[in-house]
Write a protein of this length. Structure first.
Length: 217
């Protein structure tokens, strides 16, 4: 790999465990895991569809729409109060255990989040996890009103950090996101937490790791 002069991290699924909402889901369903899985899948689908349709809504609105679909699809009885509690869980997602130490290890070069999350959602998640001191930039797609894997999104970090994409290491646990970043021109580390196969998108990450503790310096 080339010299790395900065790090750009996806947030959801990479730094923050989106399935930590399962605990909140137990209040309304015996199969909170199924609800969490469908919620996440629809959340991603809605970002892609809205990007293709040119009908942007911020990630909070997309996340709520995905939740409402999921409870209806699964036949889960949920009141408006139940839905609010589940949505609020997204503001305090747990970070993966190795994240604070992994980010601290990379200090000395700029570290940024580049996420689909809305600015309010990202600010809340960073604050609740205590990661603020480990990040120089928190960048949201809201600045360009579309979603990953649009090139306009990936262009935000080189602009903010003042460095070319080829000198930055983009880190994501989402294979499709890793492919999008590689196609844009980043060096890419795929954090393959679930031992998934690589996406069939004709681009491969430069590096595959199972934990952020193994990122190169």
């Amino acid at each position: 790999m080339a010299v790395i002069r900065g790090y750009v991290f996806d947030a959801y699924g990479t730094l923050f465990d989106v399935h930590s909402v399962i605990e909140a889901g137990r209040a309304i369903t015996a199969d909170a895991e199924a609800l969490s899985m469908m919620w996440r899948q629809k959340q991603l689908e809605y970002t892609w569809l809205r990007g293709l349709m040119g009908r942007y809504e911020d990630f909070w609105a997309v996340t709520e729409a995905a939740l409402r679909y999921s409870v209806r699809r699964l036949g889960v009885p949920a009141s408006e109060s139940d839905l609010r509690k589940l949505m609020d869980a997204y503001l305090s997602l747990a970070c993966f255990p190795e994240v604070p130490a992994a980010l601290a290890r990379l200090a000395g070069r700029p570290r940024a989040i580049l996420s689909n999350g809305s600015p309010r959602m990202l600010a809340a998640a960073v604050a609740s996890s205590g990661l603020g001191g480990h990040l120089e930039h928190v960048l949201s797609v809201d600045a360009v009103k579309t979603y990953k894997p649009a090139p306009a999104v990936y262009a935000l970090a080189p602009r903010a950090l003042g460095l070319p994409a080829g000198e930055l290491l983009f880190v994501s646990s989402n294979g499709w996101d890793a492919a999008g970043a590689k196609a844009f021109g980043y060096q890419v580390a795929w954090c393959n937490r679930t031992n998934a196969p690589a996406e069939e998108l004709a681009v491969l990450p430069d590096l595959e790791v199972t934990t952020l503790s193994n990122l190169p310096l």
